[in-house]
Write a protein that binds this ligand. Structure first.
Ligand code: 4NP
Length: 147
């Protein structure tokens, strides 16, 4: 079955494009996109250091461009995945009355990784650590969707 999955972070230049890139490489038959709750980086490609860290793992992000999360995304996607609790709160604040699209943390799919969110590498500078966690969670997500 094909799913429509949206990955969401704050700026849409580090964590959510990385998650999209890892996921589309792992499970290319699904429809994917990513978005930021903030509009600061609209139209920009993923942040250079994140692109480099991903490329070292054979994950290409260079075709992706940032956009802002919009209320229509609740209808366009059947699963919305945030990177941290702030992302989830910002998404939920826009949920239309009656909409029931699941909004979850990506790390919910990495229950043994010891992390309850994906720390923002734009601030931590730990791009490889973020990718490690994203790869673990994406594997869990892909397995969940196959099941
Ligand atoms: P992201 O990281 O949410 O993983 O894309 C950020 C990128 C940029 C900013 C914040 C977070 N910023 O403040 O510009």
């Amino acid at each position: 079955m094909t799913h429509r999955i949206l990955f969401v972070c704050l700026g849409n230049i580090c964590r959510s494009p990385a998650a999209e890139g890892v996921f589309r490489a792992r499970a290319p038959h699904h429809a994917t996109d990513s978005a930021g709750t903030a509009g600061w980086h609209i139209g920009k490609p993923p942040y250079g250091p994140m692109q480099s860290a991903a490329k070292a793992r054979d994950i290409k992000l260079d075709d992706l461009r940032a956009r802002q999360f919009v209320v229509e995304d609740f209808e366009r996607f059947d699963l919305i995945l945030g990177m941290d609790a702030e992302n989830i709160a910002n998404i939920e604040a826009l949920r239309p009355i009656g909409n029931q699209t699941p909004v979850r943390l990506l790390t919910d799919f990495a229950p043994n990784a010891g992390a309850d969110h994906v720390p923002d590498p734009y601030y931590t500078r730990d791009f490889d650590g973020a990718l490690d966690l994203i790869e673990t969670a994406v594997e869990g997500l892909a397995t969940h969707l196959e099941g």
